[in-house]
Design a protein around this ligand. Structure first.
Ligand code: AMP
Ligand code: MG
Length: 330
């Protein structure tokens, strides 16, 4: 299959929308990461998403909308809490999990009775979704288990020849995936942390929000159990920023014949060793995180990342870093 590269002209947007309505796959930018779009009301199209990504079929998909009224095409109940999030936070980098309508395919929800819904903040994403006219399922547009793509070029790296088109927009501003908030119980539960923090959600809902901390806890969000965001080379994660410790770890790897790189805040602190800046603010770190992993895996065979920020947003970034490093915290 030849993958078309489309731009944000009216003509290309119309074509992208038509391809979606014909049951084809189109990748598109959002403010978080690039998504792999399919018509949510076309089961075959939805199923082909799993094939293109190599995604396990028990990992459900998020349904994307451009207009708040579309929530009712997908959800059978909208609680008072959900209505507050819809009114006061959306469009934003947040996904809400609600009871699903019967017409929402099990292929989307992995057989769950709930459905995940998101209205992206990105104007490009919403222009695309409007051109589609239907709700659009979209996981990140990468091969399963790989770091999510934050530029259209990285989408092409994983998806060229496997999907009908890539809508080529701006690099993603946020860089990590949406906050997933389960609103199907009285107690709101964050299943996946993101740029929208528990504190922001609590201030809108006026009640405490729980954050899922133990991924082994039995919850209905299968996605949290899989290997994720992993570069092609092994990775270690340090939370202390201790330069002597990091240099020592690096030197040990060199003695083993490896060619490592330090992904760190202060690149000037490591003598002649291979270094790459992780960023100096949480926003920068998140925005470049997956791109950095994809750049570094090409030239080095071990990544040592160090990140010391302790803010609420940093917790979400650490969630991704920890999984990228397959829990190898040093
Ligand atoms: P991705 O599309 O790769 O960003 O992953 C989507 C995330 O949303 C995964 O962690 C899924 O487990 C989660 N998700 C999607 N639908 C549901 C649902 N109905 N209930 C709980 N979590 C969901
Ligand atoms: Mg993903």
């Amino acid at each position: 299959m030849q993958t078309k590269l489309l731009n944000f002209t009216d003509e290309h947007l119309q074509l992208a929308g038509e391809l979606i309505r014909q049951g084809k796959l189109v990748a598109f930018p959002t403010e978080t990461v690039y998504g792999l779009g399919a018509n949510a009301f076309d089961e075959q199209a939805v199923l082909s998403t799993f094939t293109a990504k190599g995604r396990p079929s028990d990992n459900p998909l998020i349904v994307h909308i451009y207009d708040k009224s579309q929530v009712w095409q997908i959800a059978r109940e909208v609680s008072a809490d959900a209505q507050k999030i819809i009114d006061q936070i959306m469009p934003a980098s947040i996904t809400i999990v609600l009871p699903k309508r019967a017409n929402v395919s099990d292929a989307i929800t992995a057989g769950l009775d709930t459905v995940a819904i998101r209205m992206p903040k990105s104007a490009e994403a919403r222009r695309f979704l409007e051109a589609c006219q239907v709700p659009v399922t979209a996981p990140s547009a990468n091969t399963s288990s790989r770091p999510s793509p934050t530029t259209w070029q990285r989408v092409a790296e994983d998806m060229d020849g496997k999907i009908s088109a890539i809508l080529c927009g701006e690099p993603c501003q946020v860089g990590i995936e949406s906050t997933v908030l389960d609103l199907t119980h009285d107690e709101p539960l964050i299943l996946r942390p993101g740029v929208v923090t528990p504190e922001q959600i609590e201030s809108v809902l006026g009640k405490p929000v729980r954050v899922l901390t133990n991924p082994k806890e039995k919850v209905n969000s299968p996605g949290v159990k899989y290997k994720h965001y992993a570069p092609k080379v092994p990775m270690a994660l340090d939370l202390s920023g201790d330069t002597a410790k990091l240099s020592g770890y690096y030197d040990t790897l060199v003695k083993q014949g490896l060619n490592p790189v330090l992904l760190v805040e202060d690149v000037s602190a490591f003598g002649g060793r291979n270094v790459h800046p992780i960023g100096t603010t949480d926003e920068q770190v998140a925005q470049n995180l997956f791109e950095n992993l994809r750049i570094l895996e090409q030239s080095y065979n071990y990544i040592i990342a160090s990140y010391t920020s302790k803010t609420s947003f940093a917790t979400s970034i650490l969630n991704r870093l920890t999984r990228s490093a397959s829990n190898n915290i040093i």
